[in-house]
Design a protein around this ligand. Structure first.
Ligand SMILES: C[S@@+](CC[C@H](N)C(=O)[O-])C[C@H]1O[C@@H](n2cnc3c(N)ncnc32)[C@H](O)[C@@H]1O
Length: 241
């Protein structure tokens, strides 16, 4: 059987079992009684009410990233692609000492994110920057080199997919040794291995970053396929040498 035979064109499938497993695990491991639960629900509702698309990371991934920051004792985390600030709220609210920098190109999204961050009580530790990632990163790089901000211990790349590799290439020199970088939407329902979809920047951007990481001595990487309440997808995890 070829990839073409088995590939699903709708990677935003919502299999009821995956959704049920997420609901079960979240209700046990992050119930509504947790201190940040109401702020996270508010962020999604306020974002939806103000017309933002429903493309935020889902709770399992948000908490997974927040726990990575905690386990690695990260001082400074970076997110490319803020949207309504949902993942930034996870990172900051689960890690009281953590500084987060997050970059968003859309002014309306950035304004809504600021509202959500303030409502969550983490705006003082989340530096929300407006601009294109490729314009803001060199500025941030200078600030880190000058010691105005700590080096990065965690990075989440989740913006325009065609620039996955450009973002990774630029952030590696800003990272501590041992820093962890995640790149989202790498598998895209299996599109990663479907040559017919190479015209889609999601797929070509995913292939470029996977293939370049494999040849780059500065890092080690692996892709983890995921299923969940939103889709069959996966992340590229990269560790800086
Ligand atoms: C999938 S959403 C991010 C979701 C967010 N990380 C979360 O978990 O809630 C992608 C975001 O990247 C932003 N974006 C697209 N191109 C960008 C660019 N060149 N620079 C910065 N942000 C960009 C989009 O406006 C959108 O808000």
């Amino acid at each position: 059987m070829s990839v073409k035979d088995i590939f699903t064109s709708d990677w935003h499938i919502q299999h009821p079992v995956w959704t049920a497993v997420d609901a079960y695990t979240i209700s046990n491991l992050h119930p509504p009684s947790q201190p940040n639960s109401a702020a996270l629900v508010y962020a999604l509702k306020n974002s939806r009410d103000q017309g933002l698309p429903d493309i935020a990371s889902y709770p399992v991934i948000g908490k997974f990233f927040a726990l990575q920051c905690r386990a690695l004792r990260v001082k400074h985390a970076l997110e490319l692609g803020t949207l309504g600030g949902y993942t930034s709220i996870w990172l900051a609210s689960e890690n009281p000492g953590l500084q987060v920098t997050t970059i968003e190109v859309n002014p309306h999204y950035r304004d809504v994110a600021q509202q959500n961050l303030e409502h969550a009580g983490v705006a003082d530790r989340v530096d929300s920057r407006l601009g294109a990632g490729l314009d803001v990163l060199p500025v941030l790089g200078k600030e880190i080199a000058a010691g105005e901000k700590p080096r990065l211990g965690f990075v989440y790349i989740d913006a325009d997919k065609k620039n996955n590799w450009n973002y990774l290439d630029q952030v590696i020199p800003m990272c501590d040794s041992g820093a962890v970088i995640f790149v989202d939407n790498i598998v895209a329902g299996g599109g990663l291995v479907d040559d017919a979809q190479l015209g889609d920047p999601m797929v070509s951007g995913a292939r470029e970053v996977v293939e370049n990481v494999g040849k780059d001595d500065r890092v080690e990487g692996m892709v983890l396929q995921t299923v969940g309440e939103k889709s069959y997808d996966g992340v590229l995890m990269v560790v800086v040498n």
